[in-house]
Design a protein around this ligand. Structure first.
Ligand code: SPD
Length: 385
C-alpha cells in the first residue's frame, strides 16, 4: 500500500456548545420515536431500511440534491443538519445528543471520539463500495483498519486573498506572517480579514508560524501561540469557518481569509467572470507549513439506525455520488472510482490537488491527549477577549 498521504505526518517537520441547529442539550434524539430504528432484514437478507436517517455534516459539505436523490431512490427521509467545527460536533455528542446516525469528523477528532467511545464499530466488508477508496487513504493512523469510519473528502488549510486588491497585486501572502504580523495586517485590515473559527486550525497556524508543531503538547508554546493570535486579533473583522466563502469572500466583505482549500476554490468559481475567464480569489499554502485533513464518514455509537447508516455510507461511496460531492464542494476526493466523473477543472487545480512540493509542507492535526485542555483554555482566552 502506498503511504504518501500518511507518511508526511511522520517524517516532515518543516515545514461550546455552539453547533448549528438542534437544542443545546440534544439533537434530534429527543424526537426520535422507537419505531424509527432499523427494521428486520427482508426475506432476501437485504436489510430493511429505517424510514428516517439523521445526517449531521459540516456546513456546505454536500450537494443537498444528493440527499434528495437518496430519499427518492430508497424511501428514507433524511433529516439534515450542519455544524461549523469538529469541536462543535464533539460538544453536541458529549451533551447527550443521541439522534444522529451519520457524522463527518476529521482525522484527529476520530481519534478523540474513539477514545471517548462515541463511535460505532464498522466492518468495511459490509460496505461494498469501500473498495472505491484509493489505497492512499485507507487504514489511516487515526483509525487503523477503518474500524470506525470511511474517508469522505480531503483538503488543506491556507490563505485566500482577493486578486484585484491593490496590496495583493504587489504582495503574495505566502507566509502566516500575513495573518499574524501587525505591520502587514495594517496594510489591508480595513478591507476585511476573516479567520477560521476553529481552535485547532487557528492555534495550528500560529504554531506553524512560530516554528512549532501544530500538535504540540507544550503549554509554553501554546501560550506563545495564544499571544501571537491576541496581538493580531484587533486587525481581524470576523471569525467564521461556516459560511465565510458565500457571505464574506464572494460579496467582497473581506479581501483576505484563513481558509480551507475547497471553500477558497468555491469562492473562486462563484466569482468567476466568463469574459475575463478568471475568478477573484487566489489560495496559497504558507511556506512555514500548513494543515492537511481527511474528513470521514462515521456512525455514532448511539445511533439506532445502524444498518440504514451503513447503507447510506455505501451510497456516498458510489463513483458518481463521490464525484458529485467533489463537483459541489471543490474538496479533493479519496474515491478513486469517482475520478472519471470529477470535473477536469477540479482535477487540474493545484489548490485542490496540491503538487508534491506543497504536499511536502503539510501535516495532519493529531489527537493531543490531555493537552487538549490547554488548547481549550487558550481558545477561551482568544474568543473571550
Ligand atoms: N465547508 C466545509 C469545510 C470542511 C473542511 N474540513 C475541515 C477540516 C478541519 N481540520
Amino acid at each position: 500500500m502506498k503511504k504518501w498521504f500518511w507518511g508526511f505526518t511522520l517524517v516532515l517537520s518543516m515545514i461550546a456548545l455552539a453547533a448549528c441547529g438542534g437544542g443545546p442539550t440534544g439533537g434530534p434524539a429527543a424526537e426520535t420515536p422507537a419505531n424509527e430504528t432499523d427494521a428486520a432484514a427482508n426475506e432476501d437478507g437485504a436489510p430493511a431500511l429505517a424510514s428516517e436517517l439523521s445526517v449531521y455534516n459540516w456546513a456546505d459539505y454536500i450537494d443537498e440534491q444528493i440527499l434528495a436523490d437518496y430519499e427518492d431512490k430508497y424511501g428514507v427521509k433524511i433529516i439534515y443538519d450542519t455544524y461549523a467545527s469538529n469541536e462543535d460536533l464533539l460538544a453536541k455528542l458529549q451533551a447527550g445528543a443521541t439522534g444522529y446516525d451519520v457524522i463527518f469528523p476529521s482525522d484527529y477528532m476520530v481519534s478523540q471520539m474513539v477514545e471517548l467511545g462515541l463511535l460505532a464499530e464498522i466492518d468495511t466488508a459490509d460496505i461494498p463500495n469501500f473498495g472505491n477508496i484509493g489505497a492512499d487513504f485507507v487504514n489511516a493512523p487515526f483509525d487503523p483498519g477503518n474500524q470506525h469510519c470511511v474517508p469522505y473528502q480531503w483538503g488543506t488549510t491556507g490563505l485566500a486573498y482577493r486578486a484585484g486588491n491593490a496590496y495583493f497585486e504587489e504582495n503574495t501572502p505566502d507566509s502566516w506572517a500575513y495573518l499574524f504580523e501587525p505591520e502587514l495586517l495594517q496594510e489591508y485590515s480595513s478591507a476585511g480579514i476573516n479567520v477560521l473559527n476553529d481552535q485547532r486550525e487557528l492555534l495550528g497556524a500560529a504554531l506553524f508560524y512560530l516554528g512549532y508543531s501544530p500538535n504540540t503538547q507544550s503549554e509554553d508554546e501554546l501560550i506563545q501561540a495564544r499571544d501571537l493570535i491576541l496581538q493580531a486579533k484587533p486587525y481581524w473583522k470576523t471569525f467564521n469557518g461556516e459560511d465565510y466563502d458565500d457571505t464574506l469572500m464572494v460579496p467582497d466583505e473581506v479581501v483576505f481569509s484563513h481558509a480551507w482549500s475547497g471553500d477558497a476554490a468555491s469562492a473562486y468559481w462563484n466569482t468567476y467572470d466568463e469574459a475575463a475567464e478568471d475568478g477573484s480569489w487566489r489560495y496559497v499554502v504558507p511556506q512555514e507549513g500548513a494543515v492537511k485533513y481527511l474528513d470521514n464518514i462515521c456512525i455514532p455509537a448511539a445511533s439506532q439506525r445502524y444498518e440504514t447508516a451503513l447503507h447510506f455510507i455505501n451510497y456516498l461511496l458510489e463513483p458518481e455520488v463521490g464525484a458529485a460531492i467533489t463537483n459541489f464542494t471543490y474538496y479533493a476526493s479519496p474515491n478513486t472510482a469517482a475520478t472519471p466523473f470529477v470535473s477536469p477543472d477540479i482535477l487540474e487545480d493545484p489548490s485542490i490537488y496540491p503538487p508534491a512540493e506543497v504536499q511536502a509542507k503539510l501535516q495532519f492535526l493529531e489527537d493531543v491527549g490531555d493537552a487538549i485542555f490547554t488548547y481549550d483554555e487558550m481558545w477561551t482566552a482568544i474568543r473571550g477577549q
